[in-house]
Design a protein around this ligand. Sequence first.
Ligand code: HAM
Length: 410
Amino acid sequence: MIQKPRGTRDFLPDEMEARRSIEAKMREAARRFGYREVCTPEFEDLELFTLRSGEGIMQEMYVFLDKGGRNLALRPEITAAVIRMYINEARVAPKPLRWCYFADCFRYERPQKGRYRQFWQFGAELIGADTAMADAEVIILATETLNATGVTWDLKVGHLGFMKNLLAGLEPAAQRRVMAHLDKKDFEGLTVTLADIGKADLGESLTALVACRTLPEAFEIAGTIPEKERVEQMTGTLDDAGIAYSLNFGIARGLDYYTGMVFEGFAHNLGAENQIVGGGAYRLAHLFGGDDVASAGFAIGFDRVMVSLGEVAPAKDTVVGIVCTDEGRSFALAVARMFRAAGIRAEMDLMGRGLGAQLAHASRSADFAAVIGKREAEAGQVTLKNLHSGEQTTLDPVAAIAEVKAYGAR
Ligand code: HAM
């Protein structure tokens, strides 16, 4: 028996309905902020992701040569693709651009609960606004979107300016090594690397920065950063908006393109893989041949949202089983069409079953049976049976539709 590839999942209808119901809540939250959906290809030129996405992601990428000898990669994330699309298609559009996406990503990681090789992100990118308000809007949107799902989680907000100020004297490669340790909270590795690059003295201030939880303390440890006013305005806006968060200047993010504000969210009830959202302000457009436009965004790990929510019972459709004899079939087809046109799920027999067997099947799979025999067909009526209560009445299709709708609205 052929199995699905490692790290991928199949979703049966119940699970898909649960996923779609939560997805709809996230889309609605983004719509209310004016973020409009975009879609990019599942695979891109490899270079799009190697330019700035960072070591971690490069090692996890699905890379292949196509028949024309092109180096391609399945997208490990969507941000780089969205910025490529912005440069290709929309660079002259009025700013800011508010875009969102719901898309699958591929990373060759060691699979476990909440970590998959194919997973879905719900994300947003705000392109062309370089202000404290823009930073705050992205965090507020991420908060509202995640809250709309019902997940309980904690938000941590930071700014790379502090860490970068402390690491200012280091080569970019050394900076990246140090930040990778901080991102993984790997303090042992940090000590080794700092000793290796002759900067052991930085250990104390970096550790203090990671532990500190207030802006004044952070300025004391890292010095006054050029973005001081912006950070203060951004946190002030988050406070005004009533957002619950804690400050954390140890957030380094695993991707290399962030430039300033960064944030991460952690679900309360997940284990090791509890990071449920990540984002920040970044610059990528100039690397892809565009103008140096400022952007900010985030991506929510949709599969982790679903794991955190556990069993989700989506609203169930009311189902009508159309039960008919051979003489009634032609009218039954018309009645099924009417139910469907009214938005009601109507299912007809495809198995050549007799009336009794059709009714027995409907009682297992439907809420109502609309029975149409010779008598009903001639009278232009249906016998509508409520399969839960057993009540039945013969009425015209319009009245039958009203009856089923009234049941669904209860
Ligand atoms: P990221 O932190 O790499 O950021 O991924 C965002 C979220 O995707 C994570 O917080 C996590 O919930 C989920 N995720 C990542 N890997 C997996 C996996 N293997 N299985 C399940 N879920 C996973 C980004 O991707 C950035 N593009 C976010 C961003 C948008 N920054 C600016 N704009």
